[in-house]
Design a protein around this ligand. Sequence first.
Ligand SMILES: [Fe+2]
Ligand SMILES: [Fe+2]
Length: 193
Amino acid sequence: MNGYDYLEKQVFSVFDDHGLSQIKIHTQNVIELSKEFSFQFNIHQDKLKKAALLHDISGIIKNRDRVSYCESHKIPLIEEEIELPVLAHQKISKHMAKNRFDVQEEDILSAISCHTTLKSDANPLDKALFIADKLAWDQEGIPPYFNSVSRALETSLDYGIYIYMDYVINNQWLKVIHPDFLKTYLILKRKFY
Ligand SMILES: [Fe+2]
Ligand SMILES: [Fe+2]
């Protein structure tokens, strides 16, 4: 068993132990899509797979416990993440990947830590995990933006992300808009609108 397979076994058994079958299935789907994206966008496959595997590991921490988890582990939060703690889960996943699963590669940790909101200086690895997470979403069925985003990704990674962000902004899906998300959206909007 290679290093990745061993890690995957460990992570999936953590999900099983916590009864998190939905997150496990979602994670498997994000991994599958990551393999496609690594070819399509020329991204290091092993890094993207590892980031996909661990991106939602913080699912084992209940939403109501996320702010106190961050306090006790000295993970800095901004106002929006305290208001809507689900926005903090990307930082907790990064913390767990590093401290519990001994992932030390900064680029993998970066992709995990911005997979929900993205960030304005994102690299292709960050971007590919972000959009794979949105296409292989954690809810029933296929997301309504699936076809338009998939088509846009044929043009470029940035254009696909712009189409996704534009959809969720215009349909008022976001209860709280994270500043990193907003900043990235506005940059892409200037580029594509
Ligand atoms: Fe997530
Ligand atoms: Fe996810």
